[in-house]
Ligand binder design. Sequence first.
Ligand SMILES: [Fe+2]
Length: 271
Amino acid sequence: MTVEVIPFFHVGSNTFSYLAADPASGDAAVIDPVLEYDPHSGAADEAPAQALVDAVRQRGWQVQWLLETHAHADHVSAARWLKRQWPQARVGIGAGIVQVQRTFAGPLGLPQGFRSDGTQFDHLFVDGERFAVGGVQARVIAVPGHTPDSIAYLIGDALFPGDSIFMPDGGTARCDFPGGDAAQLYRSIRRLYELADATRMFVCHDYGPGGREVACQTSIGEQKRGNIHVRADTSEQDFVRQRTARDATLAPPRLMQPAVRANIQGGALPD
Ligand SMILES: [Fe+2]
């Protein structure tokens, strides 16, 4: 069953959010929705999420799932805001969120009553878990490495790998956040490479390297042939060496503190 995928690009964080729908039933999932957030004024703007609401309304779809690929460090999730628009939708994230919550609760000074048990979300997905978007079968593939809670969603023939892997010329995501692990990311990507070459892949970020226009869609086959960090024949050792050297040069994301703080609470905005 072919799933219809509509991308939405957020300029401020170079994030792609997606609507993935079963056109036959009109049931849909949203992947990685973004809320505009200004850390200086503390002001939030739901315009990027409103665009999702408008697109869903135009098509007469019903959103059943609000899916996070991981607790993002570069933007605030719009899942909580969207849940108010669509109360039937369930917010899902990987079960590893519990580990991320334990790691960050102290350093981010979350209140005493904060529970590091994932209950801020409606559903915690485990590796291999199956679910459905209307009549389209879906499956979760754990892809730890960038973060411990990273999961990929395979919905029909469309894969949403989160921040494990970017477009072929964008390589892979950094592995230097607390709980990140380059060797683990390599093994996660090898698991994705076991999928059929024709599997469509929709990336979470694109920065248009070399001045090309931003793009969001590639395939497993294209990645295996051309990803600048992990091709089909790249060794774990080579990848880890390259990834670690690159991570040593990267600055922390601008929104890291408020974004992680909000996102491990299921998209609760900073005070
Ligand atoms: Fe990320």
